[in-house]
Ligand binder design. Structure first.
Ligand SMILES: [Zn+2]
Length: 368
């Protein structure tokens, strides 16, 4: 069994643009509220080798390693008055956007706390206090670049975590695997010229965002970073088996070749077949299996060090189950615990099975 840390702070529930602005907003507090409920009720958080940890907010110094001071100040002042938007740069410039991702009262503080959750996940793993960690954080981060936010993201949590590990934990080489259904454009922008960060982005092809970068496979990095950015655009309806092929043929071999000090995962859960914002067909089991594959390769290249940070994932019933299943896999609790969270796809067979059982029970032979 491995020692796994789960990072969570109840203040993550206070970020609620949907209710505050009375708009449809998929990135809602229930994503984490429901997840913590399942993790608690299932007894997962009581397991001997799983620890729950409350993070501190990231500091301004942490943020400026990735974001421009102007952008940070912009988010801070919008958050103070509870009004404004962040968005992708159009025509190379970022003026004051009139739509995009809304900033509401308190966004700045909770986005800093979310980045702090990522930092905490990286730190416990780097310092050997845990083998791996799952940061159950929000708002997410992978669409945010140096001077912009987008797609529910304000600060790039995984990039901030990496710079923190570089500055404070003597780590030098990082592999990012982004398995969110949307392209991690912000992360790609930030590390595009950096040969010490190998970024592997797997996402639904030309889904979101499509602007300056499209997440295409010819975007391979530039300058010294050339060859260290890998995009794998997946066609709609891609299945878990398809992704396992990508894992075995590409993700595992590049991890072995690059030999990172830690594997960092932008763990969006919106590749799930029930997700309202994507058209990919992962099941809950898919996530557990690819997590196990990552544990195996991490064991070979970086003493098992893995930190996962939550990104997207919007089906409120699926997200808790997937998180539970990933955590059970990270903590190596065994197949019975991992498969406990797999939902039944065969709801339509329920009536049939119950009728068959009834018929058998009438014979009194099997004692059903
Ligand atoms: Zn997403």
């Amino acid at each position: 069994m491995r020692r796994t840390v789960v990072i969570y702070h109840e203040d993550y529930l206070n970020h609620d643009p949907g209710s505050q602005l009375k708009i449809e907003y998929s990135e809602c507090p229930d994503r984490l509220r429901n997840t913590m409920k399942l993790l608690t009720e299932s007894g997962l958080l009581k397991k001997r080798n799983i620890t729950l940890l409350k993070p501190e907010p990231a500091t301004l110094e942490d943020l400026v390693q990735i974001h421009s001071r102007d952008y940070i100040e912009q988010v801070k002042s919008m958050s103070k008055i509870g009004k404004g938007y962040v968005d992708l740069p159009r025509n190379g410039a970022l003026k004051k956007p009139k739509s995009g991702t809304p900033v509401v009262k308190g966004t700045y503080q909770i986005a800093k706390l979310s980045a702090g959750g990522g930092i905490a996940a990286g730190k416990v793993v780097a310092e050997g206090k845990a083998d791996n960690a799952f940061a159950l954080i929000r708002p997410p981060g992978h669409h945010a670049g140096k001077n912009y936010g987008a797609g529910y993201c304000y600060f790039n949590n995984i990039a901030i975590m990496i710079e923190n590990l570089r500055r404070k934990c003597q780590m030098k080489r990082f592999m990012i695997l982004d398995w969110d259904v949307h392209h991690g454009n912000g992360t790609q922008d930030i590390f595009y010229e950096d040969p010490t960060v190998l970024s592997v982005h797997t996402h639904q092809a030309h889904h979101y965002p499509v602007y300056k970068t499209k997440g295409d496979s010819d975007e391979i990095g530039s300058g010294e970073g050339k060859g260290y950015n890998i995009n794998v655009p997946l066609p709609p309806e891609t299945t878990g088996e398809d992704y396992l092929y990508v894992t075995d043929q590409l993700i595992v071999p590049v991890a072995e070749a690059f030999k990172p000090d830690i594997i960092c995962v932008s763990s969006g859960l919106d590749m799930h077949y029930t997700d309202p914002l994507g058209n990919i067909k992962f099941t809950t089991q898919t996530y557990a299996v690819i997590t196990q594959r990552l544990i195996d390769v991490a064991e070979r290249v970086c003493n098992g060090k893995i930190a996962l940070l939550l990104e997207g994932g919007y089906n409120l019933e699926a997200v808790p189950r997937v998180v539970a299943s990933i955590i059970a896999a990270l903590a190596e609790l065994g197949d019975a615990e991992i498969t406990k969270y797999i939902e039944y796809k065969s709801r339509r067979l329920r009536k049939q099975i119950s009728a068959i059982k009834k018929a058998i029970s009438r014979t009194h032979v099997l004692g059903l």
